[in-house]
Design a protein around this ligand. Structure first.
Ligand code: FES
Ligand code: FES
Length: 197
């Protein structure tokens, strides 16, 4: 069961170290023009789920593309590509952002957490567990973004009211659930997150 939900919650991404176009580095955040003739490629470096990664991307590459295509972390979804649906929500330097809305180069040097970075081995993050327990998903497409957004809310506001949760979800669209169980899940997840660092 945990395996099923880990896959729904995006915990099945390939280790960035194994991605063919990416290699781990400890060299920090320098962006530099790649050496290929006529190329507008740049090298970006950032920390993703605790791993230092470097990748070569076109300057126009959005962060969500870098995460999904270079790092093969496909738990971060693309629903609209226009910063409206929230399916691509990740954390950058501790805050939830829509990763389709910024370029990979703008995240150079940043600390990124994706849905794959939440579980501790086989143990789901309390917010993931709350979504599982309270049936906060149907097809699961919006779920990674919902979970990342919900954790962002609770980090800012550890005891959100139902109204505050609903207001916060303005930026995350779900086409299946009607939101009731998502709201319940987030309230329960907030309760479970009490005491976490
Ligand atoms: S894919 Fe980024 S907000 Fe919809
Ligand atoms: S569970 Fe299907 S889009 Fe939200």
């Amino acid at each position: 069961m945990v395996k099923l939900f880990k896959s729904l919650f995006g915990a099945s991404g390939v280790d960035p170290k194994q991605a063919p176009t990416t290699e781990s580095t400890a060299e920090g955040s320098e962006v530099s023009q790649a050496t290929g003739a006529g190329s507008d490629h740049v090298t970006v470096s950032m920390t993703v789920n605790g791993e230092a990664v470097t990748g070569e991307v076109e300057a126009r590459t959005r962060l969500v593309q870098f995460i999904r295509e270079n790092l093969r972390l496909t738990g971060t979804h693309i629903g609209c590509d226009t910063s409206q649906c929230g399916a691509c929500t990740i954390h950058m330097d501790g805050l939830p952002i829509k990763s389709c809305g910024i370029l990979a180069v703008q995240a150079d040097g940043a600390d990124i957490v994706t849905i794959e970075g939440l579980a501790n081995g086989e143990e789901l993050h309390p917010m993931q567990e709350a979504f599982r327990e309270h049936h906060g998903l149907q097809c699961g497409f919006c779920t990674p973004g919902m979970v990342m957004s919900a954790i962002g809310l609770v980090n800012e506001n550890p005891e959100p009211t139902e109204k505050e949760i609903r207001h916060h979800l303005e930026g995350n669209i779900c086409r299946c659930t009607g939101y009731h169980n998502i709201v319940k899940s987030i309230a329960a997840g907030a309760e479970s997150m009490k005491g976490m660092k």
